[in-house]
Ligand binder design. Structure first.
Ligand code: S3P
Length: 170
């Protein structure tokens, strides 16, 4: 069983991966951290030296390298589902869960965490909110291909049993 958490930057993919992994005793990984380890560069450095296009190639490669894992929860990057056939690949290889948080929540969280995120690091608070609105509009068609959608207001760890239990032994 592979569980892919998808959604915008700041939606809490890593937070929920950790919470679910602890509650259900499953390993978890963060796709951005895998890319950083494999390339021995931060995401910010990859964007700065090689550009977004190369980052997306590395991201797809790191995603495909997860194929051999049996039971794992994966916190993907915000853009992961939106490039190449990544969304289709994730749906074919596991269960996808879209964490759908309101823009205002994302903007508030990200205002304090811009520095290491290359796409937003130079934006002021107003620009950040506009950027997130535009990005979500571009990306929603990909995110909506997820098998499940959750948000932190109405989701609790126990609710995950439904989408984890069926597939845990696969
Ligand atoms: C990105 C999100 C980031 C990271 C990169 C690009 C995006 O991951 O992959 O900076 O395109 O939304 P998080 O969603 O974990 O911040």
């Amino acid at each position: 069983m592979k569980l892919f958490l998808i959604g915008m930057m700041g939606s809490g993919k890593t937070y929920w991966a950790q919470q679910l992994a602890a509650a259900y005793n499953i390993d978890w990984i963060d796709l951005d951290s895998e890319i950083e380890k494999e390339n021995m560069m931060t995401i910010k450095e990859i964007f700065e030296t090689e550009g977004e296009e190369n980052f997306r190639l590395k991201e797809q490669k790191a995603l495909h390298e997860l194929a051999h894992h049996k039971n794992i929860i994966i916190a993907t990057g915000g853009g992961t589902p939106c490039f190449y056939n990544n969304m289709q690949w994730m749906n074919e290889h596991g269960i996808t869960v879209f964490i759908n948080e309101p823009i205002s929540v994302l903007a508030e969280r990200l205002a304090k965490e811009k520095a290491h995120r290359p796409l937003i690091k130079n934006l002021n608070d107003d620009e950040l909110e506009n950027f997130l609105e535009r990005k979500l509009a571009e990306r929603i068609a990909f995110y909506n291909q997820a098998k499940f959608t959750i948000n932190s207001q109405s989701f609790s760890i126990d609710d995950a049993a439904g989408f984890l239990s069926n597939d845990i032994a696969d």
